[in-house]
Ligand binder design. Structure first.
Ligand code: C2E
Ligand code: MG
Ligand code: MG
Length: 693
């Protein structure tokens, strides 16, 4: 018997190669498991090649480590065949462990096939020696080598399957598993080698024709190391790339989420905006089509929000809106949508079991808003007007529903605010009428359809006329005589109020000039200014122009601005008011008591007159609060050196009371209605005749 020996260095190297091959394989299974599409096939093919070369070179280096006292060589074709077997069985193993599941039967079959493959590779490699006579294998050890091959394959498959997904400490786990797998492969190889007995006098038939020589071990080692390292490096780089891509994709989807949030929500309150609302309405309509049922859409507009915003500033207004949103939201169920679609406009979409339930929801929302709000140490009182549409019934599309809810909301406002209205078809025609009115308004100036009516003001004590307030009327060709509340808001919305206001100023001054010529030089003519005119840069010039054109002294003109207008942008108003006051024009604060004036501010205003809002005058007789307010306003005005005018005087009792309180002048239906100039003068002359007689 020939006694073989092993080169310890090569044995160690073969063991290292086995571990490296195992690690590479485990790493590649991870790659295959997380790849998609064509990459899966590429990684499986590359993996099979690397793993096959790795296992085979371990085996071949192990063969080279084996020395016999005779010269050895390896038959080329058989050696190549053993390499091919290694690659094919590796490919099979890789395919197996990257399947989504690995049932036991499949695992056992896989282990058998792979064990057989490895054994085939080994014994085919041994056959490449072409020993003469043939190698005599010890049956026990031979059998043991086969069992080890199968068991090692089973262990390797199981480990590879478990470790294919990325988990924490995956590299460490794979390293340990690689050592175990390496040991098993090496164990199989050397058991197989131990089984081989070489008869005395044998010789190697492949010495002359096959592969041999001293450099062979190095060549195989370098080649297999190169293949393994390339595979491993590529795998590592690819994993890093995949991680980076995953991080990028993650931050991209996060950015997307934020964009969606921004695009679909109102930044101030965080509530859904108009776009998201439209989508939710569409969804709700689909749901009704599929499952039946109904929903209500409620258009909520705050009453008295603008004065708060004007008086306390936008910051406070914003905070109030946030509080309103919170309070409304609190009361809703998760399937309902509350959206903010404009300044102080909210829309509520509620799923209903019964159409009648809408009423309850609406009145609850209205009462929630009418409760006091505490914002930045201020108690604020506002209310809400709410318009309701029901679906199915009040519209076909989201836009139509919203438009109708808006019309119903306007109806609720018109009916006294702080309440709700259900939509009905007549409201829609109102909206159409408004549109027609706007078209007519654009031509009204040109067509000379505006008139001024004059309402007298009287000295409270003496009862003599002290002037008149010019009140605008529109002689509409079809609708007849229209009062300002029908068209002023429309004119303001469209900016038409600027030319109309100029016309009023001019016409009032023309009339006053005529009265001056008739001997009423001590009268004053009062003209109302809208907020928009007040902010317009040309106002001071317009006033100066009108006065100059009709040769009127500045103090025969009183400009009436409402309290809210004067307070809206306190500093800017102060500047305009100061300029007008410097010109000598008389200034009056109209509708006093309805806004949120600060006393400090009032003191600085260059005003000459306060007009008590007719709301207080109306209820004087029944409401002790109003009586107290009126006497407080009178006292306040007197303290600030202002003239006090009471408007809306309708009864003798109001006249007596207001006179006693100390009002300077009175105005109201009791004393004279607004009339065209000739009729106005006819009344005045009649009064004068009565007084003379
Ligand atoms: P205002 O300045 O407070 O005018 C007084 C309003 O009270 C007038 O209504 C007048 O007809 C009404 N009134 C007078 N006495 C009584 C009374 O005893 N009882 C009642 N219930 N009402 C009385 P009108 O003419 O409908 O004007 C409404 C508002 O329209 C005015 O309120 C004013 O703010 C605005 N306005 C009128 N003319 C003009 C104008 O030329 N330009 C601008 N910008 N606004 C105007
Ligand atoms: Mg007025
Ligand atoms: Mg007034």
């Amino acid at each position: 018997m020939l006694i073989g020996s092993y080169s310890p260095a090569l044995v160690f190297i073969s063991f290292c190669v086995a571990i490296l091959a195992s690690y590479t394989t485990l790493d590649l299974t991870g790659r295959i498991a997380t790849s998609t599409g064509r990459a899966v096939y590429l990684w499986t093919a590359g993996g099979a090649l690397a793993m096959g070369v790795g296992i085979w070179s371990m085996h071949f280096i192990g063969m080279l480590a084996f020395k016999l006292p005779i010269a050895l060589g390896y038959d080329g074709p058989l050696t190549l065949l053993s390499l091919l077997i290694a690659i094919l069985s590796s490919g099979f193993a890789l395919w197996l462990v990257t399947q989504p599941r690995l049932p036991t039967a499949q695992w056992v079959c896989g282990a058998l096939v792979m064990g057989a493959g490895i054994s085939a590779m080994h014994y085919c490699g041994m056959a490449a020696l072409k020993m003469q006579p043939g190698i005599d294998y010890d049956p026990t050890l031979f059998g043991a080598s086969l069992v080890i091959a199968v068991v090692a394959s089973a262990a390797a498959l199981w480990i590879a399957f478990r470790l294919r997904r990325n988990t924490p400490y995956i590299r460490l786990a794979r390293g340990a598993a690689a050592v175990i797998m390496g040991l098993a492969i090496v164990g199989m190889h050397y058991t197989g080698m131990a089984a081989a007995n070489f008869a005395q006098g044998s010789f190697c038939g492949a010495v002359s024709t096959g592969l041999s020589g001293n450099g062979l071990d190095n060549l195989v080692l370098v080649t297999s190391l190169a293949v393994l390292s390339i595979a491993l490096l590529t795998s590592l780089l690819d994993a890093r790339l995949e991680d980076r891509t995953a991080i990028l994709a993650n931050s991209l989807s996060q950015a997307n989420q934020e964009l969606i949030q921004l695009a679909l929500h109102d930044t101030l309150t965080g509530l859904p905006n108009r776009v998201l609302l439209a989508d939710r309405i569409d969804q709700a309509m689909h749901k009704v089509a599929d499952e039946g049922g109904c929903f209500a859409l409620m258009f909520i507009d705050l009453d008295g929000f603008k004065p708060v915003n004007d008086a306390f500033g936008h910051h406070m207004g914003d905070q109030l809106l946030r509080e309103v949103a919170l309070r409304l939201r609190e009361d809703l169920r998760s399937q309902d949508t509350l959206a903010r679609i404009g300044g102080d406009e909210f829309v509520l979409l509620v799923q209903l079991a019964e159409p009648d339930d809408a009423l309850q929801v609406a009145s609850r929302q209205v009462s929630l808003i009418s409760r006091r709000f505490r914002v930045a140490e201020h108690d604020l009182q506002i209310s809400a007007s709410l318009g309701i549409v029901l679906y199915p019934g009040n519209g076909q599309t989201a836009e139509e529903l919203l438009m109708n809810a808006d019309a119903a909301m306007y109806h609720a406002k018109g009916a006294g605010k702080n309440g709700h209205s259900f939509f009905d078809a007549s409201m829609n025609s109102n909206a159409r009428k408004q549109l027609q009115l706007l078209q007519d308004l654009r031509q009204a100036l040109e067509q000379q359809q505006f008139r001024l009516y004059y309402q007298p003001k009287f000295d409270a004590l003496k009862g003599t006329p002290v002037g008149a307030e010019a009140l605008l009327r529109w002689e509409h060709p079809e609708e007849g005589l229209l009062l300002p509340d029908r068209f002023i808001a429309l004119a303001e919305k469209t900016g038409l109020i600027i030319p109309i206001g100029d016309w009023v100023l001019n016409e009032a001054c023309r009339q006053m000039h005529l009265w001056c010529e008739q001997g009423y030089q001590d009268w004053r003519i009062a003209v109302n200014l809208s907020a928009l005119q007040f902010c317009h840069v040309g106002l001071v010039d317009s006033v100066a122009g009108a006065l100059a054109r009709h040769q009127l002294p500045a103090n025969s003109l009183t400009l009436e601005i409402t309290e809210t207008t004067a307070m809206s942008d306190a500093d800017a108003s102060m500047e305009v008011l100061q300029k007008l006051s410097d010109m000598g024009v008389d200034l009056s604060i109209d509708d006093f008591g309805t806004g949120y004036s600060s006393l400090m501010y009032l003191k600085r205003l260059p005003a000459n007159e306060l007009k008590i809002d007719r709301g207080f005058v109306r209820d004087l007789e029944h409401d002790t609060d109003d009586a107290a307010i009126v006497s407080a306003i009178v006292a306040l005005g007197q303290a600030l050196g202002l003239r006090i005018v009471a408007e809306g005087v309708e009864t003798d009792m109001q006249q007596t009371f207001l006179t006693r309180l100390g009002c300077d002048s009175l105005q109201g239906y009791l004393l004279g209605h607004p009339l065209p100039a000739e009729k106005f003068m006819a009344d005045i002359s009649r009064l004068e005749r009565q007084a003379a007689s």
